[in-house]
Design a protein around this ligand. Structure first.
Ligand code: ATP
Ligand code: MG
Length: 334
């Protein structure tokens, strides 16, 4: 960090020095140009007076020679000004682009670090739990009840590992080779099923689903859309308060465009983070201090899948607190 600050200071100094040098050279060129003009004008005036072509200064100012000289001087003045401006603009644009690239690089490095920390933790903890269960089986004689309990835990941990690996694979796929495998889906039924499944998984959370009276159908990729809905709902649970209420709304406007809104009343997302959370591996806060588990892949997968369906995903604040994610999808049911 210290080295970065020193490098920044040094580059700022070099930039400042270059800008001052250009400004100084421009002033110098202006002066030289003016001196040369005055010198030439003075010399030619003397010559003309000596040759008897003109009598005084006033006549000299009317000569074609002086007018040409003056036009040439003005032209050169503009040239110096334009060249200096181009120089200064190039430096400013160059510095801006380098700075932007540098900041992006820093962000990317931070995200990679976050990702490595979280993925190592996410992979290691279920593996450690499963190992512990197996070691207990080897070392101890256990009652069937106890065996059952430990096995269930191990299965849960294996599911977690499986989900993580699936997320990693899906993220790699949506980045390169994902095309939706379209089929007709009754969205009303589809969301009811997913919400019911999650309600069984998170008994203390209150799930609420508002839907139109008539079924909403869409041509979409079932696996992809499942991932979108599950990721958003799981986020709402994960970043929601205890006993949080998660409201899902399905609606369709006059143009038949479909909207799915998932709202929670949890910790919310600060405005400056809203545009970043869809980036791969991005998680709000810092891995060392963060309490929730995750890899920062969920919303990236959501966005890529929604985009592949020609849809959009957006995020806004919920009132009085929390977050609302809205997915809009074009209606394509024929
Ligand atoms: P995972 O890959 O397991 O989903 P994750 O949940 O951290 O990990 P994303 O789903 O991509 O990753 O979310 C990115 C970040 O956005 C989260 O780390 C969290 O900080 C923030 N976030 C997402 N959804 C919500 C929400 N409903 N409320 C508050 N913050 C949220
Ligand atoms: Mg998530």
């Amino acid at each position: 960090m210290q080295r970065n600050i020193r490098l920044r200071l040094l580059s700022n100094f070099v930039i400042f020095f270059s800008l001052t040098a250009i400004a100084w050279w421009s002033v110098l060129l202006f002066t030289l140009n003016r001196d040369a003009f005055q010198g030439k004008a003075g010399e030619s005036k003397m010559l003309m007076i000596a040759e008897g072509k003109i009598k005084n200064d006033a006549e000299y100012l009317e000569t074609q020679f002086y007018k040409d000289l003056q036009a040439e001087y003005k032209r050169q003045e503009w040239m110096i000004l334009a060249e200096s401006l181009v120089f200064i603009m190039s430096i400013i644009i160059g510095v801006y682009l380098i700075n932007r690239g540098y900041n992006k690089e820093i962000d990317a490095a931070q995200q990679r670090r976050n990702f490595l920390l979280s993925i190592t933790h996410e992979l290691k903890s279920p593996i450690a739990s499963i190992k512990l269960v197996l070691e207990t089986f080897i070392k101890r004689e256990l009652s069937p009840k106890h065996i059952n309990q430990l096995s269930n835990n191990a299965v849960k941990e294996t599911d977690r590992l499986n989900e993580l690996v699936n997320d990693l694979l899906l993220a790699a796929k949506v980045e390169t080779s994902y095309t939706p495998n379209l089929e007709k889906i009754n969205l009303t039924q589809f969301l009811t099923d997913i919400i019911q499944r999650l309600q069984n998984k998170y008994a203390t959370v209150i799930f609420d689903f508002r839907k139109p009276n008539i079924p909403v159908n869409i041509q979409a990729d079932r696996t992809g859309l499942t991932s979108v809905a599950v990721n958003l709902l799981e986020n709402a649970v994960k970043y929601g308060a205890a006993n949080t209420k998660i409201s899902t709304v399905l609606r369709q406007n006059e143009q038949q465009q479909i909207f799915i809104e998932i709202a929670d009343n949890g910790i919310g997302i600060p405005n400056k983070e809203k545009s970043k959370i869809f980036d791969r591996f991005y998680r709000v806060g810092n891995e060392d201090t963060r309490k929730t588990k995750g890899t920062g892949l969920g919303l990236y997968i959501v966005r890529q899948i929604v985009l592949a369906h020609n849809g959009k995903v957006s995020v806004a604040d919920n009132k009085p607190q929390g977050t609302i994610f809205t997915i809009s999808l074009p209606s394509n049911d024929v």
